[in-house]
Design a protein around this ligand. Sequence first.
Ligand code: 5CA
Ligand code: ZN
Length: 416
Amino acid sequence: MRSWPAPEVPGLAGHGLPLLVPQLNVHDSAAGVLRPVTPGPSARMYVCGITPYDATHLGHAATYLAFDLVNRVWRDAGHDVHYVQNTTDVDDPLLERANDTGDDWRALAEREIQLFREDMTALRVLPPREYAGAVESIPLIIEFIETLRAKGATYDLDGDLYFPVSADPDFGSVSGLTPGEMLPLFAERGGDPDRKGKKDPLDALLWQAARPGEPSWESPFGPGRPGWHVECSAISVRNLGMSFDIEGGGSDLVFPHHEMGAAHAQVATGERPHAKAYVHAGMVGLDGEKMSKSRGNLVFVSRLRAEGADPMAIRLAVLAHHYRSDWEWTTDDLTRAQARLARWREAMLLPGGPPADDVVAEVRRHLATDLDAPAAIVAVDRWADRALSVVEERESHAGAPDRIRAAADALLGITL
Ligand code: 5CA
Ligand code: ZN
């Protein structure tokens, strides 16, 4: 599927030099601690994409901006970044929405994906190298399920095909949850623990037999459509292989989505782990609740843009919150970011400023420490404050504003 246009990323002095660019450490949900990620020359990342029926709310934006920081930090460290993202362009919630509004489900998905592309472009999010739709990936998903079947890791229930979680001895290692903790989350997030005839209530649907009025595709297991977890498992393994560096998404995906995806992949390939680190962004809320389509409490990036908000202010407003924290959007976020952006831009107009090297080093250090964008932003604030208050000529370094501009662009994705 077509991705979106890549923004220019300026190269910074010291780019690719380990002495100047610290190695990225991120919080790995499986390990429960901050860990160094140690990619080879090619750094591999898979991030779960949208289900295209209501894009792009600020929660989505916050998640994709978090992983955009990973991408930028890795590029600055000299890695060739292989970034893959899916889009769940056939699934229950999308079909339900299309049904409710009388839309054609394909048209709804295409419209929302296009809006998502436009929002990502406006926010200067670097595009994935492969942007894979579930529908276009059905042949490879079928092939992946065939592999599981050949290994005896599937069973049939009234025409639907299930994955027995008992097939993976490591099941549970991504979330670290007990079965008792898993069950309510499974029920809440698309699972069917109460279905009669399952071997284990947590077993996940791999292939759902065709139902009247729903789209379906031919397969060796009869006509139907793929389950959700197997979509991301198949797409990630096909494009990145096993043990890729980071699998990412919002914290609502830790269980069951990333747990099941890892189990499928580990059983299908006989290798482990699926990803070296599982990285999760906090949930963005509004009015005391998680922002989500089902609750309808959404603030859309496209709406803010249409109201005249500078996309760079939207980006800065989101990055002012640490990616792992749960937080609530308020209009103050945007007001503060607009003021901050104006101040940074004012400092850019000066002929010189305080030395930039230490500031760039500080931004790099903060981002390498679990993507601490809020601290990186404060470092730029301090530089701008000093620049705007410099009175003596000798304190002013020609070219410093340009270097700060380049760092804000390359590392934070903010153009000044
Ligand atoms: N298509 C699946 C992933 S394969 C899906 O979860 N789609 S989604 O549209 O519901 O969400 C897209 C991404 O945004 C996911 O990574 C999800 O974890 C994240 N996300 C959803 N709601 C929020 C929120 N309120 N705050 C932060 N991130 C969110
Ligand atoms: Zn996914």
